[in-house]
Write a protein that binds this ligand. Sequence first.
Ligand SMILES: [Zn+2]
Length: 180
Amino acid sequence: MNNVDINFAKKIPVTFDALKCAQKRIDYSGVYAKSLFKSRFGEAVESIESDINVSVSFDFDLERRVVINGKADIEVIVCCQRCNEKFKKTVGVEFHLSPLKDIALADKLPYEYEPVMVNEWGEIDLVNAIEDEFLLSLPMFTKHELDVCHVPELVRTFGEVLPDSDKKNPFAVLSQLKKH
Ligand SMILES: [Zn+2]
């Protein structure tokens, strides 16, 4: 074995026959190329900085339902909505998916599972499912942690309590201050 082999991250399939994988109790860990995520998740962030680390395991739950438990993470650049500076962030998700042939059955799933649709060949698209999880985990407004944000202390403190309608006017904070 040489060093190249040790560092070479394992690629994993995009689609799976979840039932067969559950019967074999298959576990995978590896990476997805970031290019697979660029059309949807890539549009929701400034840029994608890393490939996607994924680990999944296929199994049955106590009710003999096929379940796919896993986690994934990705590094992205997002823009702080408070100070407008771009910064790097790791988005990590944990998921519990259950494959369904008919979306109408989604209502019957226990709440801890997310439905994932099975295509006509009996396969699920794991990239698509993980991309959904990433999109759902993005906050509506990305922001730095307060202690690293670059908005000056005064604006930051007052800016937090101002209603949204004042956001568009950069002088709204000053006019608020003058009233006092
Ligand atoms: Zn900031």
